[in-house]
Ligand binder design. Structure first.
Ligand SMILES: CC(C)(COP(=O)(O)OP(=O)(O)OC[C@H]1O[C@@H](n2cnc3c(N)ncnc32)[C@H](O)[C@@H]1OP(=O)(O)O)[C@@H](O)C(=O)NCCC(=O)NCCS
Length: 162
C-alpha cells in the first residue's frame, strides 16, 4: 500500500468506508475526530483529555509513526498508528475509533490493514499494550492474531509475529 492508495471497505451493516495513509492535509480532519472523541481518555490516558496535550500527541504521532485513517465521506472515523522502533523491525500499535462508529468491524479492519502494511514494510513483529480492563480491544487484538507476552497489574503486552 503506497501513501496515495486507498482501500475500500464495508462496515458490518454494509456502509462503505475508506482506509488510507494520513497525509499532511488530513491532519485537521483527524483533529476533528479527537476534539469530540469520547470517552477522553478512553484507554491508558489516551487520547489526552486536555486539548493542547491532545494536539501535541497527535502531531507527534503523525510526524513519527505510520498513520492509517478510516474515513466515511469527509469524516475521519478511525485512526491507527504504528510507532516504528529504531531498527524499523518492529512497531507499537495504537488504535482509536470514533464512538459513533464502534462495534461495526471498523477497528478490526483498520488493525488488519495496518498489520498488512507492517508486513509489506518487512516488519518482523508488531506489539502493543492494553489495559487489563479493556476487554473489547483485547478481544479484537486476539481475533487478528496478537498473543499475550507480558503483563503487570494494570496492562498486558501483546505481540504478533509477521
Ligand atoms: C477498541 C476499539 C478500537 C475497537 O474498535 P471497533 O471498531 O469498535 O472494533 P470492532 O467493531 O472491529 O470490534 C469490536 C468487538 O468488540 C465486541 N464488543 C463490543 N462491545 C462489547 C462488550 N461490551 N463486551 C464484549 N465485547 C464487546 C464487538 O462485538 C466486536 O466483536 P466481534 O467482532 O466479535 O463482534 C474502539 O472500541 C475504541 O476506539 N475504543 C477506545 C480506544 C481504545 O480503547 N483503543 C485501544 C487501546 S489503545
Amino acid at each position: 500500500m503506497k501513501s496515495e492508495d486507498l482501500i475500500l471497505c464495508k462496515d458490518r451493516i454494509g456502509r462503505p468506508f475508506e482506509v488510507r495513509e494520513c497525509s499532511p492535509p488530513d491532519f485537521s480532519c483527524l483533529m476533528d475526530m479527537y476534539r469530540v472523541f469520547l470517552p477522553r481518555p478512553a484507554s491508558q490516558g489516551l487520547p489526552p483529555p486536555e486539548p493542547e496535550t491532545c494536539l501535541k500527541w497527535a502531531t507527534s504521532l503523525v510526524e513519527t509513526a505510520i498513520n492509517l485513517l478510516a474515513w466515511q465521506g469527509k469524516r475521519v472515523i478511525g485512526h491507527a498508528a504504528l510507532i516504528k522502533d529504531l531498527a524499523h523491525l518492529s512497531g507499537e500499535f495504537v488504535i482509536f475509533v470514533h464512538q459513533d462508529y464502534r462495534n461495526l468491524g471498523i477497528g478490526t479492519e483498520l488493525t488488519r490493514i495496518t498489520l498488512k502494511k507492517a508486513e509489506d514494510l518487512d516488519f518482523k513483529s508488531v506489539w502493543l499494550t492494553v489495559s487489563i480492563t479493556n476487554v473489547i480491544a483485547s478481544r479484537l487484538y486476539r481475533r487478528v492474531g496478537f498473543e499475550y507476552c507480558d503483563m503487570d497489574e494494570c496492562e498486558r503486552t501483546m505481540i504478533i509475529k509477521l
